[in-house]
Design a protein around this ligand. Structure first.
Ligand SMILES: Cc1cc2nc3c(=O)[nH]c(=O)nc-3n(C[C@H](O)[C@H](O)[C@H](O)COP(=O)(O)OP(=O)(O)OC[C@H]3O[C@@H](n4cnc5c(N)ncnc54)[C@H](O)[C@@H]3O)c2cc1C
Length: 446
C-alpha cells in the first residue's frame, strides 16, 4: 500500500525530499510555515523584480543542483559566468582569484604568498578529515601558512564566517571550503565558474516544486506545524491548527532547536541533543543601487572595525537585464548566538552599516542608493565544536518513523544547496530500507 509521508519545511531540503520520495512511489505532503517555499533560499519582490533574500549562487561543480535544474525544466534560464573575488585591506581593493593572484597579493610578502598557495594545495591532499576534527583551525592554518598569513587572510575570513566562535571550530571547516573552492577550477589558471538563474535562485525551487506537484505532492504554505504527534514511541502524524493529521512517517527538515520544540513527548536525551546544536545567525542588509559599486562578486573585508565582513554584488554575476537595471549588493554579518547585534532594529543596523559603507566608498554618490533592506535569519550556519562528531543528531531518530535532515547533519560538508540536496537522497535511502518493515499502514489524511 502507498505510504504517505509528511515533510516539515519547504526549503531546498524539503522540496528535494518531496521530489525524491514521490519518485519512489510515495505520497508526500509538505508543510511550510512561510508564505513561499525556499526557506533561506527564498526571495523578496521589489518593483516587480524577484530578488534573492540572501545572495545565492550555484557552482559549476554543484552536480546535484545542476540535476535539479534539469528536473525542474529551468536550464534555459541558467547562465554561467566568470566572476571575480577581491580583498579589502587597509583602504584598498585587491584581486584574489587565481593562484597567480595569491602569489602577487600585495599585503603579503613573497614568503607569505608562497605559504598561502601551499595551504591551498595542502588541503587538496588531506583526505582524513576525522583527524583534523580535533585540531583547532588556527593551529592547522598557522602550521602551513604561518602567523603573518593567518593574521592577514585567515583570521578575517574566519571572523566573517564564525564571528566570535572562530576559536572553537576545527580545521575541518577551512579544509572543506578550500576543497569546494578548488572544485570549480579546471587547472591552475582557470577561473571560477558560477551560475545564476533568471529571476533568482528560487527559480530552481519553483521548477522542482512544479514537477513535484505533477507527481502528486501536496504543498501547504502558511502551514506551521505545532507538534509531531508521537504515540507509543512512534511518530504517527503532525499537529496543525490544533488538528492532528496522520501519516505513515514524518520527516523534519527544520533546524534542530526548532524541531526540539515540536517534540514534547520525545525521549528527553534526544530533545537535549537537538537543543544543544548551535547555529550562527545572519544580519544581511541588501542594498539596491542604480549603479555598480565594486568589480567583484565578493569583496572580503580584513578590517575588523567594519561590522559587515564582505560586500557581495550579485549583479556582477547576474545580468542586470534580469533585475530591471538595478545593482544588488549584500553586506552580511554572521552572528554568534550571543551577539547583541541580533537585537538591533533595522534602523540601528542601517545607521551603523552606512557609517562604514561611507568610509569604504567615500566617493560613491549616495543618491544611487534606492533601498536599504535589512534581511536576517536566526538558524543559518551550524557550529560543530571540536571533537563533537558523536553529537550530530541521527537521520533515523530514536522516535520510530521520525526522520530528520538538516545542515547540522551534513558535516563536514558546507551548508549549501548542493550538500542539502545530496543529504535528501540519504534520507530517502533510509526510508526505502525501513518501509518494507512497517507492518501497520496508517490511513493518512491530508
Ligand atoms: C547569507 C546566505 C548566503 C548563502 N549563500 C548560498 C550560496 O551561495 N549557495 C548555496 O548553495 N547555499 C547558500 N546558502 C545556504 C542555503 O541557503 C542553505 O543551505 C539552504 O537554504 C538550507 O535549506 P534547508 O531546506 O535545509 O533549510 P531552510 O532553508 O532553513 O528551510 C527550512 C524550512 O522550514 C520552515 N519551517 C520552520 N519551522 C517550521 C514549522 N514549524 N512548520 C513548517 N515549516 C517550518 C522554514 O520556514 C523554512 O522554509 C546561503 C545562506 C545564507 C543565509
Amino acid at each position: 500500500m502507498e505510504k504517505h509521508i509528511a515533510v516539515i519545511g519547504g526549503g531546498i531540503m524539503g522540496v528535494s525530499l518531496a521530489y525524491k520520495l514521490a519518485g519512489q512511489g510515495m505520497k508526500v505532503t509538505v508543510y511550510e510555515r512561510g508564505d513561499n517555499l525556499g526557506g533561506l533560499a527564498s526571495f523578496m519582490e521589489y518593483d516587480g523584480v524577484r530578488m534573492d533574500r540572501f545572495y545565492h549562487t550555484i557552482l559549476s561543480s554543484d552536480t546535484a543542483m545542476q540535476e535539479l535544474m534539469e528536473i525542474g525544466g529551468v536550464t534555459n534560464k541558467r547562465h554561467f559566468t566568470i566572476t571575480k573575488q577581491g580583498f579589502y585591506d587597509n583602504g584598498k581593493q585587491y584581486d584574489f582569484n587565481s593562484p597567480v593572484d595569491f602569489m602577487l597579493f600585495p599585503p603579503l610578502n613573497p614568503i607569505q604568498r608562497f605559504r598561502l598557495g601551499l595551504q591551498v594545495i595542502y588541503a587538496q591532499f588531506e583526505s582524513d578529515w576525522h583527524k583534523m576534527d580535533t585540531v583547532p583551525v588556527e593551529d592547522w592554518l598557522v602550521k602551513v601558512s604561518g602567523r603573518g598569513v593567518y593574521q592577514k587572510v585567515w583570521k578575517p575570513l574566519l571572523r566573517a564566517k564564525f564571528d566570535s566562535m572562530a576559536q572553537n571550530v576545527p580545521a575541518t571547516y577551512i579544509w572543506s571550503r578550500l576543497r569546494r573552492m578548488m572544485g570549480t577550477r579546471k587547472g591552475v589558471t582557470s577561473k571560477e565558474m558560477m551560475c545564476y538563474l533568471e529571476n533568482g535562485y528560487y527559480t530552481v525551487i519553483e521548477g522542482l516544486a512544479k514537477r513535484c506537484t505533477e507527481m502528486g505532492v501536496s504543498f501547504h504554505l502558511k502551514a506551521p506545524i505545532e507538534e509531531v504527534v508521537i504515540e507509543n514511541g512512534r511518530a504517527v502524524g503532525v499537529k496543525i491548527g490544533g488538528e492532528v493529521k496522520q501519516y505513515d512517517a514524518v520527516v523534519s527538515t527544520l533546524a534542530s532547536p526548532i524541531l526540539e520544540k515540536l517534540l514534547p513527548s520525545a525521549p528527553a536525551n534526544f530533545r537535549a541533543l537537538l537543543a544543544k546544536q548551535e547555529y550562527l545567525g545572519v544580519l544581511c542588509p541588501m542594498v539596491i543601487l542604480k549603479k555598480s559599486l565594486i568589480p567583484y562578486y565578493v569583496l572580503n573585508i580584513t578590517d575588523e572595525s567594519i561590522p559587515f565582513t564582505a560586500v557581495v554584488e550579485t549583479t556582477n554575476l547576474i545580468d542586470t537585464q534580469y533585475t530591471k537595471g538595478y545593482h544588488l549588493v549584500y553586506l552580511p554579518k554572521y552572528l554568534a548566538p550571543d551577539n547583541e547585534m541580533a537585537n538591533w532594529t533595522d534602523e540601528q543596523v542601517k545607521t551603523e552599516w552606512m557609517k562604514h559603507f561611507r568610509r569604504m566608498f567615500p566617493t560613491f554618490d549616495e543618491s544611487n542608493i534606492v533601498e536599504f533592506i535589512v534581511q536576517r535569519a536566526r538558524y543559518v550556519e551550524p557550529i560543530r565544536p571540536m571533537g563533537t562528531l558523536d553529537e550530530i543528531p541521527p537521520l533515523k531518530t530514536p522516535v520510530d518513523r521520525l526522520y530528520m535532515g538538516n545542515t547540522v547533519m551534513i558535516y563536514p560538508e558546507l551548508g549549501n544547496g548542493e550538500a542539502v540536496t545530496r543529504y535528501a537522497q540519504k534520507v530517502v535511502e533510509q526510508l526505502l530500507v525501513d518501509v518494507p518493515k512497517w507492518t501497520e499502514a496508517v490511513k493518512a489524511t491530508s
